[in-house]
Design a protein around this ligand. Structure first.
Ligand code: HEM
Ligand SMILES: [Cu+2]
Length: 564
């Protein structure tokens, strides 16, 4: 059995011997040193493997769904099985991948280092958060095995109170996952408030940190509402407390209010960290200071706060009053302003920049394009009269995949390829990785763009069958899904291969000025031996390319300007 072996370089090697470079991967060894680790970097890596695993499972289900839809009529899934499959696809993707993906996996890895801290404020709670994720995932999987689940990821009443599938197991799982998310958010808030080193003022924080901070506010404030709602649903099913079931005097629409009071803010839990990643990528790969730093920072907070006011836009057709529908429509438009501010600032950052098309930037550019389509179609849906026609059609499916997949997943890949050399100490093959990124972009659009068209033409969502007039769009979409699947497997495969074949990564391969690039790749156990020198995180001129290092090094002729 494996045992924990302390790194010999730290317990004193012979004097004069070549110093063994300590890094977080080799610091201690054995599986226990991972299972009980309190190191935020290792917890980040474990989260990364776990969420990618969930993404793979959710992806297989998506391909099964799309294959069923290649022809009208039944292929191999009964309508009932189809309901199970799309429910589990949605629940796995949302709760196990998209929500924890960037904050818990990449945020955990880089947040303390970017901040200049040795770890998060509560390392044990951090590990606890990871195990809660594991337990929550086990419950969800158990629901699949014991009775399945066919309510849709939204668990709408009254169906969820009457179906005889495993609603209680699944909602217990989601309840536990909610705690995991709250723990992560709480940890990040406290870390950012209390662990900034001297010189790291709020306005010297990289924008990724502002974004994860804003995300954490939502995680802490909104997730309890989901938790309580799910407990009420469990109580309704188990003992009939009469809150959602009409025959007991309850109101099923109340469930929708509770659900969306969490789940609209939750879409910002998904997208804000993604926007944070993109801010880092655009500045680094344009070799320019980010344009409008404060606007980008404040717009994250604005999104977090405004996001709490718009949940009723999911309920325009639920019979809510015309006055509230009008108010929700108006507020929905206002929440898109801060997102637009970010897009304008990214474009302005690129303007006259010296743009490199390294893989992370290919993803960043894809993000801007796809997120813009996703966001703008959100405005169509936020317009009252238009939504009456589009509600519950494939148009909505296309909209949210453009924001969740075109936005968050693409940013996840951008962040993964950007921080990969830092996490693993290896460079991946640039050309094949760029090709995979382009494949993802093409596959994605082929899958989801036709869904806008068929949705606008009336194809309803969550149906196992369709009229022949939609066949062409469904076939394009299914072909796209397989292109996307192959490209995604290739994108991740290329990264994994670099663990064996990749060149050693320099501390700063891309020329970024944020602190994580000041420590070696991979970083040492404690991140920084001495307190790092904090400067303007976007002063890309403070580093310059060195041929001998095959990376960027400090630029001796750089003089910080006064306004930063
Ligand atoms: C500019 C910002 C956005 C606006 C104006 C917007 C607007 C809307 C509206 C009005 C709907 C309801 C449509 C209907 O059911 O009839 C909707 C659905 C949805 N949106 Fe957005 N949205 C925006 C951004 C996002 C983002 C960033 C995400 C996720 C990352 C997202 C995820 C979703 C999801 C998952 C649904 C469907 C929920 C379901 O019924 O299963 N949206 N959006
Ligand atoms: Cu919403």
């Amino acid at each position: 059995m494996a045992t924990i072996v302390e790194n010999p370089s730290l317990t004193g090697g012979s004097p004069g011997a070549e110093p063994v470079v300590d890094n977080y991967l080799t610091f201690t060894r054995g599986w226990k040193s991972w299972a009980f680790t309190l190191d935020h970097k290792r917890i980040g890596v474990m989260y990364l493997c776990a969420t990618l695993g969930a993404f793979f499972v959710g992806g297989i289900m998506a391909l099964i769904l799309r294959s069923e839809l290649f022809f009208p009529g039944k292929q191999f899934l009964s309508p009932d099985m189809y309901n199970h499959m799309f429910t589990l696809h949605g629940a796995v993707m949302t709760f196990l991948f998209i929500i924890p993906g960037i904050p818990a996996a990449q945020g955990n890895f880089v947040l303390p280092i970017m901040l200049g801290a040795k770890d998060v404020a509560f390392p044990r709670m951090n590990l606890g958060s990871f195990y809660l994720w594991v337990f929550g995932a086990i419950y969800l999987v158990a629901a699949i095995i014991f009775g399945g689940l066919d309510t849709g990821w939204t668990f709408y009443t009254p169906y969820s109170t009457t179906t005889n599938t495993s609603v209680i197991l699944a909602t217990t799982g989601v309840f536990i996952l909610g705690f995991s998310s709250i723990f992560t958010g709480l940890n990040f808030i406290v870390t950012i408030h209390t662990m900034r080193p001297p010189g790291m003022t709020w306005f010297r924080m990289p924008l990724f940190l502002w974004a994860t901070y804003a995300t954490a506010i939502i995680q802490v404030l909104a997730t309890p509402v989901l938790g309580i709602t799910l407990l009420l649903l469990i109580a309704e099913r188990a003992v009939g407390i009469g809150i959602f079931q009409p025959e007991l005097g309850g109101d099923p629409v109340l469930f929708q209010h509770f659900f969306w009071f969490y789940s609209h803010p939750a879409v910002y839990i998904m997208i804000l960290p993604a926007m944070g990643v993109i801010s880092e990528l655009i500045s680094t790969f344009s070799r320019k200071h980010i344009f409008g730093y404060r606007f980008v920072a404040y717009s994250s907070i604005a999104i977090a706060l405004l996001g709490f006011l718009v949940w009723g836009h999911h309920m325009f057709t639920s019979g809510q009053s015309a006055v509230s529908a009008t108010m929700f429509s108006f507020l929905t438009f206002s929440v898109s302003i801060p997102s637009a501010i970010k897009v304008f600032n990214w474009l302005a950052t690129m303007y006259k920049g010296s743009i490199s098309f390294a893989t992370p930037m290919v993803y960043a550019l894809s993000f801007i394009f796809l997120f813009s389509i996703g966001g703008l179609t959100g405005l169509f849906l936020g317009a009252l009269s238009v939504d009456i026609h589009l509600h519950d059609t494939y148009f909505v499916v296309a909209h949210f995949h453009y924001v969740m997949m075109g936005g968050t997943l693409i940013a996840f890949l951008g962040g993964l390829t950007y921080w990969w050399p830092k996490m693993t100490g290896r460079m991946y093959d640039e050309f094949s990785s760029q090709m995979a990124a382009i494949g993802v972009f093409i596959g994605f659009n082929l899958t989801f763009f036709p869904q806008f068209v068929m949705g606008a033409r009336g194809m309803p969502r969550r149906y196992a069958d369709y009229l022949p007039e939609y066949e062409f769009y469904h076939q394009l979409s299914t072909i796209g899904a397989f292109v996307l699947g192959v490209a995604l497997v290739a994108a991740v495969g290329i990264l994994v291969r670099s663990l064996w074949t990749g060149a050693k990564a320099p501390p700063n391969p891309w020329g970024s000025a944020t602190l994580e690039w000041q420590c070696s790749s991979p970083p040492p156990h404690d991140n920084f031996a001495t307190t790092p020198e904090v400067g303007d995180p976007y002063a890309v001129e403070s580093v310059k390319w060195s041929d001998s290092e095959r990376g960027y090094v400090k630029n001796p002729s750089y003089v910080p300007s006064k306004d930063h």
